[in-house]
Design a protein around this ligand. Sequence first.
Ligand SMILES: Cc1cc2nc3c(=O)[nH]c(=O)nc-3n(C[C@H](O)[C@H](O)[C@H](O)COP(=O)(O)OP(=O)(O)OC[C@H]3O[C@@H](n4cnc5c(N)ncnc54)[C@H](O)[C@@H]3O)c2cc1C
Ligand SMILES: NC(=O)c1ccc[n+]([C@@H]2O[C@H](COP(=O)([O-])OP(=O)(O)OC[C@H]3O[C@@H](n4cnc5c(N)ncnc54)[C@H](O)[C@@H]3O)[C@@H](O)[C@H]2O)c1
Length: 462
Amino acid sequence: MQHFDLAIVGTGSGNSIVDERFADWNVALIERGTFGGTCLNVGCIPTKMFVHTAELAGTPAASAALGVDSELHGVRWTEVRDRIFGRIDPIAQGGRRYRIDGSPNVTVFEGTGRFVGEKTLTVTGQGAAEQTITADRIVLAAGSRPVLPAVPGMADVGVHTSDTIMRLERLPERMVIVGGGFIAAELAHVFGSFGTEITLVTRSGALLRQEDVDVSRRFSELAAGRWDVRFDQTITSVERQGDLVRVHSQGPDGASCAEGEVLLVAAGRVPNSDLLRLDRTGVRTHADGRVVVDEYQRTDVEGIWALGDLSSEHQLKHVANHETRIVQHNLLHPESPRASDHRFVPHAVFSAPQVASVGISEQEAKIRGLRHVTAIQDYADIAYGWAMEDTTGFCKLIADPEDGRLLGAHIIGPQASTLIQPLIQAMSFGLDARRMAREQYWIHPAMPELVENALLKLPLPG
Ligand SMILES: Cc1cc2nc3c(=O)[nH]c(=O)nc-3n(C[C@H](O)[C@H](O)[C@H](O)COP(=O)(O)OP(=O)(O)OC[C@H]3O[C@@H](n4cnc5c(N)ncnc54)[C@H](O)[C@@H]3O)c2cc1C
Ligand SMILES: NC(=O)c1ccc[n+]([C@@H]2O[C@H](COP(=O)([O-])OP(=O)(O)OC[C@H]3O[C@@H](n4cnc5c(N)ncnc54)[C@H](O)[C@@H]3O)[C@@H](O)[C@H]2O)c1
């Protein structure tokens, strides 16, 4: 049995813990899937590479309204796909090789890590003998995986999830997407822009339901104009007939059936805590499977930390990265531990339009009984919005009327993921919305004037 100073389960964010400061630590790195984890291989990076390409494909259709006639002659799917994975796969392979051949203090175990004792793990890989290791400290960075709703037929018809959909052999003519959250919104945009007919089947009454109510409503209206969106559906069964997959559901207008060559299920992700046999060590989980951690990312067992999708409320890479840096610091400096900062966690949905958000929504402000004021600034009323002929996008701000602090910021429209950044900064550093608007220049006539005008519209005294 080998003993280590540190064992890390998962090579997504977990892989970046070990840098030169750990050179004299004997480290075990355990990975059951593709080296590099979700973001690199099947998540943020490939999806955004596809989104960028989708935007190019969508440009001719959008430019006619501005008097520019161009035509999309086609999307060479296999070339698009192979450019993206031709870039990503070597990075994952290079990362694995670096850890196996170029990191003398790191031993890579390829297989599934499971606890058999408080600080003892077995690693079971395909075709390899089971190995048992012990470690003084353990970091659990095992991430999450897609869930398939328990519906008759769902497990038998050969569904795709975000893990497989981006590597299809050919572009489907019709695709059914189950779900109405991040992945559904982004991948409907990607495949829809490439010419696939999209039917979205979702159980809720709106898409991106976790967003501020005005943003979710606007996104849902625009999506319904672009794709066949079926709201408030309870899926009753899924079946395959020849080349077609059929999704049967029950909704406000009765029974309906959505069909396509491909079914993408984007119905949320569950933490991989069930794979770890945590009962053998004493690490507790929440009811939804997330590992329980304190603000220092410590689990209930001394010397075992957890981070990222495995333990976080936010399944976001920038959160996993932040928590990784916290764990890294706390491993190296146990005498002066740092706490994670989850006060203002932003996110963006890279669909069309883009959506970005930080802080609380108006509905949350009301539910929590917070005093608040709001302001909405349309892209249509700023100079760059005229340039783009944008008629649907807006920035919505929520602020505390007493001290002018921003409580929430929500943008739907072009470059929302970039425009939100100064608002994240203002909230993180406690900047008063009035000072932020007036005590700096805003480049004219650039898109951030959207933010400037939204700030100026807040009904704040002074
Ligand atoms: C399609 C998609 C798009 C996304 N886009 C974005 C985005 O644009 N922006 C954003 O912020 N976030 C995005 N995310 C979320 C982001 O990818 C995750 O929040 C992030 O990758 C989580 O990192 P992690 O290190 O916690 O887990 P992971 O990167 O999932 O790493 C966990 C690793 O642990 C391994 N593992 C699990 N169990 C075991 C075990 N028992 N033994 C050994 N190994 C194990 C897994 O194989 C995996 O490699 C996206 C996710 C998806 C699915
Ligand atoms: N841009 C980004 O940051 C980004 C992009 C993709 C994914 N992610 C992360 O990955 C996570 C998972 O994404 P996701 O889209 O799978 O989950 P999600 O939680 O965003 O959305 C799940 C959707 O599926 C619907 N749903 C669930 N069960 C259903 C059922 N039985 N029938 C019909 N609809 C059903 C829900 O109503 C919801 O609309 C996200 O929460 C996010 O944190 C982030």
